[in-house]
Design a protein around this ligand. Structure first.
Ligand code: NOJ
Length: 513
């Protein structure tokens, strides 16, 4: 049973480097987030996910943690984070941190100890072969960098050695089973980190690469799921309101493993990508569903989504995101009008939606050089655009000192410019989220079913007793509908209901109640 607060939750994801700099050093900080809580609440978001803000050499933007219990100096202090928790709670908001469970930085003290030739408490905290010339049986590994004559397994980049949660199927003498005391010790160390932040007021975790813990796992991820069940038991006993959100991208598995929420992420050509990001291959045309007249077919999304939704609606939530720090912003290809419809859809679906900072004003993806292991992802991590002041209001520091350059284009959208334009994307986001806040049936648990998903016709769906319809194309569309006494309570573009016929204008969205 998930925490009650998820039922009407809408998350705002913050990349702390780039949100708001209060001390003029050119990089965002925790006090900046605290200062902007009213802005976030005003959008209609009542929960935050903050990307890793812990001590780190930042070879992967903080997903290489050096000290799990210490806020990175560049963001402030632990006290600043505790104050953020307290202030958010006073405003009825929740704060979720990023838990990098599968690996640490190569500079973490555990790893330093683990690299030593002499056996010690941390020798098996990571996965090592028995000999420096022994490869890791199909897993990525590094050899030749340690005093210890062994090779260690990587979980992602070279800077991220894999923590040892054991092997589900043990094929080699150096592979420890999941029940091995060292694998159990890793699990306990993870719980210790979770307890630390939860007892200081954090409300839960987004878990990085949650499916990656146990190696040589079976297809159902039985081993990794057992670890998370154990973690969940601890939470139920000690922190029953804490939530766990997985980066797993397989809701049936993740929710059965004990997560409250799993993301539907943008894997190439998958259903979610076909909504807003159907462009990955230069040889192919962009048939994104929300791209005007691109001939996109909503069923490419629904095929997987409905299967997952039916399978998981009693046990947890699927999260649809506008974007995240790993993918190109939706404004990379979609216009403001297209974004309005896409967001109207994403924010009126079941589960718990996530808005990535800056997407509410349609911030652009920037073609810029890599920073901190970002590569193409760096273009979605640029500073928030607040107003027309220096550095677009992000920082009072020198331009050269900024974490990343701000959008240089003269028409870069800002919060201030959209604030004064009632037809802006920002206002539309606020309206839709306010509607979701008012209408319980639009929230996480409200029932969902499809009324019409025929290609070329509007997509019409039901949330509880409400009927919603979207027409992403330039051609006007109409369809007969058993609307009963329902009236239009919200629309984007033109929509009307006459004698049982729902008429939808160019690029429109409507809600009937
Ligand atoms: C997924 C995170 O979202 C990504 O940013 C990171 O690089 C990898 N996991 C490795 O932790």
């Amino acid at each position: 049973m998930s925490a009650q607060w998820l039922k009407d939750a809408v998350f705002y994801e913050i990349y702390p480097q780039s949100f708001y700099d209060t001390n003029g050093d050119g990089i965002g900080d925790l006090n900046g987030i605290t200062e902007k809580l009213d802005y976030i609440k005003g959008l209609g978001c009542n929960a935050l996910w903050i990307n890793p803000c812990f001590d780190s050499p930042f070879k992967d933007a903080g997903y290489d943690v050096r000290d799990y219990k210490k806020v990175a100096e560049r963001y402030g202090t632990n006290e600043d984070l505790y104050r953020l928790f307290r202030t958010a709670h006073q405003k009825g908001m929740h704060v979720v941190l990023d838990l990098v469970a599968g690996h640490t930085s190569e500079e973490h003290e555990w790893f330093r100890e683990s690299q030593k030739a002499e056996k010690n408490e941390f020798s098996d905290r990571y996965i090592w072969t028995n000999f420096c010339f022994e490869p890791a049986d199909g897993l990525n590994y590094v050899a030749g960098e340690s005093e210890r004559s062994a090779a260690y397994v990587l979980n992602f980049f070279k800077c991220q050695p894999a923590l040892n949660y054991g092997f589900y199927r043990v094929n080699r003498p150096w592979q420890k089973p999941m029940e091995h005391p060292a694998a159990i010790a890793t699990r306990e160390a993870l719980k210790d980190v979770m307890r630390f932040w939860l007892s200081h007021g954090c409300d839960g975790f987004r878990v990085d690469m949650a499916a990656s813990l146990v190696k040589n796992d079976d297809d159902q991820k039985t081993g990794t799921s057992a670890v998370w069940h154990d973690v969940r038991r601890m939470l139920e006993l000690e922190f029953p309101d804490a939530v766990m959100i997985s980066e797993w991208a397989d809701p049936p598995q993740a929710l059965r493993a004990g997560f409250d929420i799993d993301f539907y992420l943008n894997n190439r050509y998958n259903g979610y990508s076909t909504l807003l990001r159907d462009y990955d291959d230069p040889e192919r045309e962009d048939h994104s569903y929300f791209k005007k007249d691109a001939g996109g077919n909503i069923n490419r999304f629904l095929d997987t989504y409905l299967r997952w939704y039916e399978d998981t609606k009693e046990i947890g939530y699927i999260s649809l995101i506008t974007c995240n720090h790993d993918t190109r912003r939706p404004a990379y290809t979609l216009t403001e009008d297209e974004l309005k419809l896409a967001y109207a859809f994403l924010f009126t679906m079941p589960g718990v939606p996530f808005l990535y900072y800056g997407d509410e004003i349609g911030m652009k993806y920037q073609e810029i050089p890599t920073k901190e292991g970002g590569y193409f992802r760096t273009g979605s991590r640029t500073p928030m655009q607040w107003d027309s002041n220096e550095n677009l209001g992000f920082s009072t520091g020198d331009k050269e000192d900024l974490y990343l350059p701000v959008d240089p284009s003269p028409d870069a959208p800002t919060v201030a410019s959209q604030e004064s334009d009632p037809s802006s994307l920002l206002h539309t986001v606020r309206e839709i989220l306010a509607l979701r806040g008012r209408e319980k049936e639009l929230q996480a648990d409200g029932a969902f079913s499809v009324i019409c998903s025929e290609p070329g016709r509007p997509f019409v769906y039901r949330r509880g007793d409400l009927i919603l319809a979207v027409n992403p194309d330039s051609a006007e569309k109409s369809l007969p509908i058993a609307a009963g006494n329902r009236k239009i309570i919200y629309k984007i573009g033109k929509a009307s209901l006459e004698n049982g016929l729902l008429k939808l204008g160019t690029q429109s969205f409507t809600v009937l109640k």
